[in-house]
Design a protein around this ligand. Structure first.
Ligand SMILES: [Zn+2]
Length: 64
């Protein structure tokens, strides 16, 4: 989604959260809409509702 459609400034998020060892450098940072970033919080994986399997979350540098 474009930031202009969001109505709020995008967050600069840590792709690999700091609590999981992610560092603050460009390759680990990405723009994220506030809703998605706050929902992601410090997670790196989540349960797939269709399969119930624990799967890695979208990684904008590896999954785009
Ligand atoms: Zn979003």
């Amino acid at each position: 989604m474009s930031q202009s459609l969001q109505g709020a400034s995008f967050h600069i998020e840590h792709i690999q959260p700091r609590v999981h060892g992610g560092k603050t450098f460009l390759a680990n940072l990405a723009l994220a809409c506030p809703g998605c970033n706050l929902h992601k919080a410090d997670r790196i994986s989540a349960k797939d509702p269709a399969t119930e399997n624990l799967v890695p979350l979208f990684h904008p540098r590896k999954n785009s």
